[in-house]
Write a protein that binds this ligand. Structure first.
Ligand code: NDP
Ligand code: 8X3
Length: 254
């Protein structure tokens, strides 16, 4: 029997990479995307030989490229069962009055429009086959707003709304639409947010035990393993030390 196929955006790092490896171990063939070609090549070494692998290098902001590449998948890669819209980041963490237009463009273009471009290319195959699972990686920042989170929170609130809209519109086709909304996960996320300032990035995760990418990949495994009549529609997952977007108990005695 042929393997099922999963497409994961932003699989060069963090949550996307862990999810790609986990799905491959579950027996999925993997389409992994990202801008860093070398990382996508390295990922192949971490996948079991029982899975086929198709790395695709593109920027999700590039509407034409996304349509062109995903619209011309090889015949035996077209029937995508699981789409994980994961590519995204925060860029900067400034009050609204001093935030950078470039950062705002990046977050709206990648987190929101990129997710839409990829979805637009993949959904028609799912509606035609009347099957599929779409997992959108939102955030606690899509459920709450925190100081200086303004536009990133806006982008993730948009992901939350789009996820709900997808679930409604794709309901007649039997397509599962799932939102996973993590709190603090230690990945390259803060390094990107703080533009390579590793000391500032490390501080975010000090004094408590944050989630790791595999914690989210474990949830991906669980949700795709549910029987056909069950969908885990909306999941918020936090480190135990985190109670809300802004409340994290740090330096508790172990
Ligand atoms: P990482 O920085 O480790 O990974 C981000 C991934 O997104 C990379 O693979 C990167 O690939 C890809 N990406 C970023 N920009 C683009 C782009 N323009 N085109 C294509 N791919 C892109 O962060 P995480 O793994 O933590 O983040 C993954 C998702 O999880 C994001 O949507 C993030 O908002 C969300 N999230 C993260 C949380 C956290 O605390 N870490 C919490 C809640 C949600 P490349 O650079 O190679 O293009
Ligand atoms: C990432 C988690 O709290 O930095 O989405 O916004 S947070």
């Amino acid at each position: 029997m042929e393997n099922k196929i999963a497409l994961i955006t932003g699989a060069t790092s963090g949550i996307g990479k862990a999810s790609a490896i986990t799905l491959a171990k579950m027996g999925y063939d993997i389409i992994a995307t990202g801008r860093r070609k070398d990382r996508l090549e390295d990922l192949e070494k971490e996948l079991p030989s029982t899975s086929r692998y198709l790395p695709l290098v593109f920027d999700v902001r590039d509407r034409e490229k996304v349509g062109e590449i995903l619209g011309s998948l090889p015949e035996d890669w077209k029937a995508i069962d699981v789409l994980i819209n994961n590519a995204g980041n925060a860029h900067g963490m400034d009050p609204i009055q001093t935030g950078s237009l470039d950062d705002w463009d990046a977050m709206m273009d990648i987190n929101v429009k990129g997710l839409l471009y990829v979805s637009k290319a993949i959904i028609p195959g799912m509606t035609e086959r009347k099957s599929g699972t779409i997992i959108n990686i939102g955030s606690i920042a899509g459920k709450e707003v925190y100081p200086n989170g303004n536009v990133y929170c806006g982008s993730k609130h948009a992901v939350d709304a789009i996820t709900k809209g997808m679930r409604i519109d794709l309901n007649p086709f039997g397509i599962k639409v799932i939102g996973i909304h993590p709190g603090l996960v230690e990945t390259e996320f803060s390094l990107v947010r703080f533009k390579g300032d590793d000391q500032r990035a490390e501080k975010v995760y000090q004094g408590f035990e944050p989630l790791v990418a595999q914690d989210i990949a474990d949830i991906v495994e669980f949700v795709v393993n549910r029987p056909p009549h069950v969908v885990l529609a909306d999941i918020v997952v936090l480190p135990t030390a985190q109670a809300s977007a802004t409340l994290v108990q740090k330096n508790l005695p172990q």
